[in-house]
Design a protein around this ligand. Sequence first.
Ligand SMILES: [Zn+2]
Length: 291
Amino acid sequence: MLEKLGRNLPCWCGSGRKYKVCHMEFDERIAEHKRMGDVVPTHKMIKNPAQIAKIKESAKVNVAVLDAVAAAICEDMPTSEIDRIVSETTKAYGAVPAPLHYQGYPYSVCTSVNSQVCHGFPSDKVILKSGDIVNVDCSTILDGYYSDSSRMFMIGDVSDAARKLVEVTKECMELGLEQVKPWGYLGDMGQAVNDHAKENGFSVVRDIGGHGVGIEFHEDPFVSYVTKRGTDMLLVPGMMFTIEPMVNMGSALYDVDPHNGWEISTRDGKLSAQWEIQVLVTEDGHEVISW
Ligand SMILES: [Zn+2]
């Protein structure tokens, strides 16, 4: 098979180098893992340096947009104002908010308040009040390249319990990130996230998770937080995906709004929190691209 790919032909990664001096050994190492029974990434999941550079430019805008939200968000603000800030800031950078019109999604950002797990609609009827916790999830398209991250904001005086949920969820993301390294497994990350949530008495939403990102908004692989160490997909340099655990104070069960088909809330009405970063697997570890 390797002969067929042509040792002296240009590498599939687009580097312009000969395959034998570029990704040939890399492919052989992946093939060995596959023979041992591992789930391995496809070439399509591996970004080349030129693509990574473009995605980083997109991410700079995404971070700036979330920084603009962070500077402005406050008590008595309707979440529709967050939508306006995201829309205007993104446009000022010559970029496009990725959520707008994505599969019919009607806004430029998701604002998920309290018991909303994700995909909350910004609204002039949802006024942030003291004690609320809110996730603001921004995604940007710049020059055709995608970036995606989200942050939690605590409005005014939040309860100790709500603060703990927000902080533990961030720790989950950070502990997951520590596990991301080449030739490790996605499950190393997943278990680190899940263990920390459970140790704190919280639950992790099971079948909504992270995803590959960069060339498209949502790419393979699906990123779960209920997988076990040493399982799930092999990680290799050039892969890029989000770590975005949704952590619930009560049960992990949720419902989708039957009217709009988007907004997702905890079934028990208890609080939910989420943090999201976009991560690149590098030759010696990882790099956070968007936060
Ligand atoms: Zn190559």
